[in-house]
Design a protein around this ligand. Structure first.
Ligand code: ATP
Ligand code: SF4
Ligand code: MG
Length: 342
């Protein structure tokens, strides 16, 4: 996949932090208001036409990152720039213009489509909101979009319940493409679908990207889903980004112990690497994002943690050109079984 870095990034996220209030109580022996630290100091950029995969366990802050970028949430701190413009500083008109170029595809094709609207109305709604074309022209565009996403244009007046999950996700995709946006935030677009349908929908997203040059922020639980679609992949753990690189390096030479553990569950294309790979199963569940662990947030589950890890936050550093990692002891060598406390 080729993407263009010559014009600078389409999206730039700088030190993004999002906290949600979580009530009050006694924390660390003192009465205070607690917060959910959903996203903490996350920085990355996405270039025109690029697919940037964002992966991590449930609750690690992926959707909050996506929603805060779109300004569906206000950031607690940090900045988001879209086409060089500060999203937080945009007035209503500018925000509306930005949303024309930045769309969202949701995880759940059942909950995300209004059951009382026909699919023609659903897909044309963004064009109606933005005053694009006449009614006739909009319906013509909807028919074209239905054809492009592999649905029958004659079904334009049908309702969502008349379609399967995979077909509904195609409707959601057609809607996201109605305004030919520059960036689409795809929040787990295939995880609610049968495995047999997932590959078809991923292929459709790839084809549409080739056709329209759209960039994707592609959110997933699982490294195996983003592997086939991403140019670069970032891994999140408990609100923090822990590693990012081009997908091939991330899959063949992960430096962060958390990435190594996620990857140990995924078959890799290189048979030599696959042969030597052992499954790394981490002890316990991720801690709560309310009052997260000190130092490195992964230290309570990390198989190679040392004393320093619970005291000092690891720096975000470049371990190879374009390959960043936040770990005091980052190394390209996979965790050994002797390190794992099962
Ligand atoms: N509106 C909210 N109010 C309070 N807490 C929230 C809110 N939205 C998200 N959170 C919390 O923030 C954390 C991150 O949630 P988020 O939905 O971003 O995770 P995720 O990585 O998308 O998870 P999943 O894979 O399950 O979709 C979670 O602990 C979640 O409970
Ligand atoms: S900083 Fe320490 S605890 Fe965190 S990932 Fe690296 S080795 Fe593990
Ligand atoms: Mg989510």
């Amino acid at each position: 996949m080729a993407f263009d870095t010559s014009q600078g990034p389409l999206l730039k996220v700088e030190h993004l932090t999002k906290e949600f209030p979580a009530g009050s109580g006694v924390f660390g022996g003192r009465f205070s208001k607690s917060v959910v630290s959903a996203v903490n100091d996350v920085s990355f950029e996405i270039y025109p036409g690029e697919t940037f995969g964002l992966v991590g366990e449930s609750g690690c802050g992926k959707s909050t990152t996506g929603r805060t970028i779109m300004r569906l949430n206000r950031p607690t701190s940090g900045k988001v720039f879209f086409q060089g413009r500060d999203v937080a500083a945009m007035n209503h008109r500018e925000l509306k213009a930005m949303r024309r170029d930045m769309q969202f595809i949701f995880q759940d094709p059942y909950a995300s489509l209004n059951p009382r609207m026909t699919i023609g109305e659903i897909i044309s709604e963004p064009m109606t909101i933005h005053g694009v074309g006449t009614m006739e022209e909009r319906m013509e565009t909807v028919r074209e979009l239905l054809d492009v996403v592999g649905l029958n244009p004659e079904h334009i007046n049908r309702y969502p319940h008349e379609f399967s999950g995979g077909q509904r996700q195609r409707v959601g995709i057609a809607r996201a493409f109605a305004l030919k946006p520059k960036l689409i935030i795809c929040d787990e677009p295939v995880s609610a679908l049968d495995v047999s349908i997932q590959a078809q929908v991923l292929n459709l997203l790839k084809d549409l990207q080739d056709r329209y040059g759209t960039a994707y922020l592609f959110i997933a639980h699982d490294l195996s889903v983003v592997q086939h679609i991403s140019d670069r992949v970032a891994v999140m753990y408990l609100g923090k980004m822990v590693e990012v690189s081009d997908w091939k390096t991330l899959y063949t030479e992960p430096h962060h112990p958390y990435t190594q553990s996620l990857l140990s569950a995924v078959p890799v294309p290189d048979p030599d690497i696959q042969k030597t790979r052992k499954r790394i199963i981490l002890a316990g569940d991720p801690p709560s994002p309310i009052d997260p662990p000190t130092g490195c947030r992964f230290h309570t589950r990390c198989p190679i943690a040392q004393a320093k890890c619970s005291q000092e936050q690891p720096e975000w550093r470049e371990v190879a050109p374009g390959h960043f990692c936040a770990c005091h002891f980052a190394s390209p060598f996979p965790i050994k079984e002797s390190h794992i406390d099962l």
